[in-house]
Design a protein around this ligand. Structure first.
Ligand code: ZN
Length: 481
């Protein structure tokens, strides 16, 4: 089986063949740290986190890079409004970004290069472009000369004449062509600056991503990803800069996720339907938010509205219940026992066959351009069966071994989907279980010694910590409130 993905560059699904066999260089455009990021930007962070973890699961050695744009017009504007240095704004929202992606269950990238820490590298790129005639200097600014790159617009497929005629291109008299873009911007009064061969100034955003990608992943990388809104001009310009410098293909596969709409309207701050990921994380659990993104194919639009959100909440709950049912059922069971088919009824045999079959179906869905909705459908069919078996009154050791295999598969999937809370607030669940069991045993002992006051105290204090004790003739069990 081979993995296929949709390549924006060729506008078709292609078999994934990395530049270097077995290795994947993966770049995702990171945030501009001038504010808390909005829920629309959480989408690429979550879906591409799942994809790179999935690639690792499929045996590739993945190096994942995400840049942090810590100098930019928006940061400067915010800093001037508040009367603080721009690096303070950048630091504050860089910290917030890390907090929020951690809460979203996103695994850290291998490198988070910052623009301000790579000024020399960016100047080096611009110098090379000036030297080979693809960039020109005007009054402290350096522009990229789009007419020098014959393949300009190959990613977006845009028609250059139409673009030039379009009103959306702001005309700047100093540029030779309205499509030419700034590689280096001269510092205006009150703006932060760095020394360069063209005077004091700062780098353009597009130059930053070309440099970070090539520096940390090489001149030709496998996957460069981002939101669909980055295709033009950002990614188009990255290609123009990088390929004009190296003469080599910059990126083999371009991947773009669809928009997130709020109640059908494209989400943007200017429309005042802004909702930060931070706001959303206060109202919804991490698994629910991840399920919400994964229930839709990453390339399609997604609507951020109450109905799909409630559906995601219920779905995440279902997954959690199924997982915990398995976990409890397999408590104190030796799970290393291998399945002995001879000891299974034919019904149990077909359940035993379901695990490898589901694994296969899941991989087939994910290998088809990361079709997460289909992969999730495989998961739901699977947990319907695991629930049925885990709820049985009695299970033979051979059947328990089948159930243990089923739980392993859920763990396997969850290792990159991150849709089941297998740990309580970042703490190892087994340890939490162990600690609460000590308290339950002490309560039991207190009651046996007729010290009911202490027994009640333990119950009361555990409840305050969100732990509910359920007593039954078989003993005491606990659950989260
Ligand atoms: Zn970028």
């Amino acid at each position: 089986m081979s993995l296929k993905l949709y390549n924006t560059l060729t506008r078709q699904e292609e078999e994934f063949v990395p530049v270097t066999p077995g290795r994947v260089g993966f770049y995702l455009c990171g945030p501009t740290v001038y504010d808390y990021f909005h829920i629309g930007n959480a989408r690429p962070f979550v879906v591409f986190d799942v994809f790179r973890r999935y690639l690792r699961y499929r045996g590739y050695q993945v190096r994942f890079v995400m840049n942090l744009t810590d100098i930019d017009d928006k940061i400067i504007k915010r800093a001037n409004e508040l009367g603080v240095p721009s690096h303070e704004i950048a630091q504050k929202y860089t910290n917030a970004f890390f907090e929020d992606i951690q809460k979203l269950g996103v695994q850290p990238a291998d490198v988070y290069p910052k623009a301000t820490e790579h000024i020399a590298d960016i100047i080096h790129l611009i110098e090379a472009l000036v030297k080979n005639g693809t960039a020109y200097f005007v009054e402290g600014d350096v522009y990229y000369d789009v007419s020098k790159f014959a393949e300009y617009a190959k990613l977006s497929g845009k028609n250059l004449d139409e673009l030039n005629a379009g009103e959306r291109v702001k005309v700047d008299e100093r540029k030779d062509d309205p499509l030419d873009f700034a590689l280096w911007k001269a510092a205006k009064p009150g703006e932060p600056w760095w020394e360069s061969p063209w005077g004091k100034g700062r780098p353009g955003w597009h130059a930053e991503c070309s440099v970070m990608s090539m520096k940390y992943l090489g001149e030709s990388i496998d996957i460069h990803a981002g939101g669909i809104d980055l295709i033009f001009p950002h990614h188009e310009n990255e290609i123009a800069q990088s390929e004009a410098m190296t003469g080599k293909p910059f990126v083999k596969y371009w991947m773009h996720n669809g928009f997130l709409d709020i109640d059908g309207e494209k989400m943007s701050k200017s429309l005042e339907n802004f909702s930060t990921a931070r706001d959303v994380l206060e109202k919804f659990s991490t698994p629910a938010i991840r399920v919400f993104f994964l229930m839709k194919h990453y390339r399609g639009p997604i609507s951020f509205s109450p109905e799909p959100l409630q559906h995601a909440v219920k779905t995440a709950e279902r997954l959690n219940i199924a997982y915990n049912l398995l976990r409890r059922r397999l408590e104190n069971v030796e799970t290393t026992v291998s399945v002995n088919r001879a000891e299974l009824s034919s019904e149990a045999q077909s359940f035993a066959d379901l695990t490898p079959k589901s694994r296969e179906n899941f991989i087939a869905a994910m290998d088809d351009d990361f079709n997460t909705p289909e992969a999730m459908a495989v998961v739901f069919d699977f947990i319907r069966e695991t629930n049925r078996w885990a709820e049985r009154a009695s299970l033979s050791p051979a059947e328990l071994a089948v159930l243990a295999e089923a739980k392993n598969l859920l763990d396997e999937w969850n290792s990159f989907l991150g849709v089941i809370e297998t740990r309580a607030s970042g703490v190892d669940q087994a340890r939490v279980d162990g600690i609460i069991k000590i308290l339950l045993d002490l309560r039991q002992q207190a009651r046996a010694e007729k010290n009911f006051k202490l027994g009640d105290e333990i119950r009361h204090r555990l409840k305050e910590a969100g732990v509910i004790i359920e007593d039954s003739p078989q003993g005491s069990r606990w659950r989260w409130e």
